[in-house]
Write a protein that binds this ligand. Structure first.
Ligand code: SPD
Length: 442
């Protein structure tokens, strides 16, 4: 039941006889997820100001760990400020305005945005002119100073996108630009922008790929397996909706067919529109693009049909959870030709140790001891920066570490690769002792 309380401490005429008008708002019983999402709160606060006709000057918002957001939107008419306690479903909001702006419009907008069904507000005049005396003072010297102080290159927004678990996080400062924000049946699909890493794709609150470091991931998920196999023609990619993986696979002229199965068409749409350099190969005639469930696809796939299966899924929460199950990998195993190779997004040995080791056990269990490999590489925009691909080779004769170095280097030069080369191929299989111990812990 919606509950509201309002108290008007002053007369209705907003700033009559006063310098400003202040509405102190209590939003209760709000959606805690909304109250913990720094980017959507900033967007809503800015929008609330605009809806009331304010001119927005600037905004700064901060996410506290583990939860809570504070922020302020500076407007020509004064400011809107907030602090949230998601764990209580509560937000304290100040709407401070000068002039004729109607901040109740902002109030109504935020009430809907935070999904608050219990709220109260107190409106009061600030700076009663009866009590104040106007002072004439010379402002020319301060104008001069202001000109000296202004730093036109200064970046004043301080908004951070945080990809985290309970204990650690990776934050990217972002510009506040929201290029795409759609919630599908599977996840929230966003394209945001970071000054350091360019535009990036975020699924729910996880960074998937950024313009400036995507090549680390996409080169390493594709080329090592293709070179280790030596004769890949038919490839299945599960996931990979941003298109980076198929772009890299299709660089190889020997590839005859790639089937890509992505569950969420919105990811493909968003990336085609906003990350065209990553989603660059969707028109390649060798690609069959299926929007559908990769888990069912693998279940129904013809046995012994693929040279290479790549699982380019997100983290094991939400729609990608099934991409970490034994049943799914068993179906992939069957769909591989007798000399086929499987490469899977393998999580991080420093961030999600359980998912990392469980996947290794699954692959080793299906492909056999000695046929399960871990390749480590670095992605600056994933939590901890250390990430893995996990590999299973169906034929024991295939040594994943063995490549024709001259052939790899010629390819690297011809295609202008930025991460993968023949030395990286070998080096990525060298594991630190703590990772070896993790894998041998049983
Ligand atoms: N924590 C991030 C794991 C992301 C895996 N997939 C990224 C998709 C890039 N094509």
């Amino acid at each position: 039941m919606e509950k509201r309380t309002f108290a008007l401490l002053n007369d209705k005429k907003r700033t009559m006889g006063a310098l400003g008008n202040h509405i102190l708002v209590e939003f209760m019983r709000c959606d805690p997820h909304v109250l913990n999402d720094v980017s959507s709160i900033e967007r809503d606060m800015v929008e609330a100001a605009r809806k009331a006709g304010a001119t927005v000057i600037n905004s700064t918002f901060h996410h506290f760990s583990p939860y809570g957001v504070s922020g302020v939107v500076v407007i020509e008419e004064s400011h809107l400020a907030i602090h949230t306690w998601p764990e209580y479903g509560y937000a304290a909001v100040d709407l401070f305005t000068c002039g004729e702006m109607d901040a109740w419009i902002s109030f109504d907008f935020l009430k809907e945005a935070f999904r608050s069904d219990s709220y109260s507000a107190i409106e009061m005049k600030r700076g009663s002119k009866n009590l104040l005396k106007r002072i004439d003072f010379d402002i020319s010297s301060s104008r001069q100073k202001a000109d000296e102080w202004v730093n036109p290159g200064m970046y004043t927004r301080n908004v951070w996108f945080t990809d985290k678990d309970e204990f650690q996080a990776l934050s990217l400062r972002y510009t506040g630009e929201v290029y795409h924000d759609v919630t599908t049946a599977y996840q929230r699909v966003r394209i945001l922008e970071s000054p350091k890493y360019g535009k990036f794709l975020a699924l729910d609150d996880m960074v998937m790929t950024t313009e400036n470091d995507e090549f680390h991931y996409h080169e390493m998920i594709s080329h090592p397996a293709i070179f280790a196999h030596g004769n890949v023609k038919n490839v299945l990619v599960i996931g990979g909706g941003d298109g980076g993986t198929v772009r890299e696979v299709l660089r190889h002229s020997g590839i005859e067919k790639v089937t890509m199965v992505e569950i969420d068409g919105e990811v493909i749409k968003a990336c085609k529109q906003h990350l065209p350099d990553i989603a660059a190969a969707f028109d390649d005639p060798r690609l069959e693009l299926i929007v559908g469930d990769g888990i069912s696809f693998a279940e129904q796939a013809t046995h012994s049909s693929y040279d290479l299966i790549i699982v380019d899924g997100s983290d094991p929460v939400g729609p990608a959870e099934g991409l970490f199950s034994v049943g799914f990998y068993n179906n992939c195993y069957k769909a591989l030709k007798p000399d086929g190779i499987l490469v899977a997004q393998g999580e991080s040995p420093k961030f999600n140790e359980a998912a990392f080791t469980d996947l290794h056990d699954t692959i080793e269990g299906l492909f056999g001891k000695g046929n399960a490999y871990v390749s480590l590489f670095y992605v600056p925009t994933y939590p901890t920066g250390m990430w893995s691909f996990q590999v299973g080779t169906k034929a024991s004769a295939t040594d994943f570490g063995h490549i024709d170095a001259a052939e790899v280097e010629a390819f690297v030069q011809a295609k202008g690769l930025k991460y993968y080369n023949s030395s990286i191929h070998t080096a990525s299989l060298a594991l630190p002792n703590f990772v070896r111990q993790l894998l041998q812990r049983k």
